[in-house]
Design a protein around this ligand. Sequence first.
Ligand SMILES: O=P(O)(O)O[C@H]1O[C@H](CO)[C@@H](O)[C@H]1O
Ligand SMILES: O=c1cc[nH]c(=O)[nH]1
Length: 239
Amino acid sequence: MSTPHIAAAPGDFAPVVLMPGDPRRARLIAQRLFDEPRLVTDVRNIEGWTGTVAGRPVSVLASGMGCPSITIYATELFRFYGVRRIVRVGTAGGLAPRLQLGDVVVGSAAHTDSSINTTRIPGVHFAAAPSYGLLSAAVAAARAAGVPVHVGPIFSSDHFYGVGSDVFSALARHGTLAVEMEAAALYGVAAAEGGEALTTATITDHLERGESMTPAEREECFQRMSRIALAAVLSDSPS
Ligand SMILES: O=P(O)(O)O[C@H]1O[C@H](CO)[C@@H](O)[C@H]1O
Ligand SMILES: O=c1cc[nH]c(=O)[nH]1
């Protein structure tokens, strides 16, 4: 069995999946956090791995960057591979002044300038929201680990370059925590396919203050966030 973008056999993916944007991060998560990780797909170098954590099966698949890319991979996992939960483990640029580099943001809603959800139900301004069960489990795991965590709306932009600082300032004034590029699409796919989804993101840059993490700091933070996401995706929380 394969889909246009995933070449894996039935049962190769666990029902619960972590989803970073970067294929290298997918490989690192599998190799450092899973027991007995095995590569299950690498079409277009988008790597998917499956292993176990505390004896429970779990997978990781990269999404690539942007709403169309994550929509393809999340749809194929939910629709054809029996996946029920996807937790994005991303990076984001901070907008809210209280955020510090390395903090974890959990997206309780996702604003977007993408049309990806507008075209799902014509005439409807779709409210892109995560699974409450996954969200509460991620927050509990972060607090238990002593990791600073912020819960609130994030902004999923089609642009990495070219969003005006006036847009970011207005979003911050409207309570938006951070900007990234996939959460709104992931939440839309989960709703359409009857699955559960959540976005967690590490603040790697602060756009108002012009701060950035070093590569070594990024790697350290990804591991911390991935452990929180693992606790959420493997939790028994009802949706
Ligand atoms: O680090 P990832 O998960 O890719 O997330 C962020 O980084 C990419 C942009 O550099 C976009 O995909 C954005 O959402
Ligand atoms: O500033 C940033 C950092 C990560 N991801 C984004 O989309 N923007």
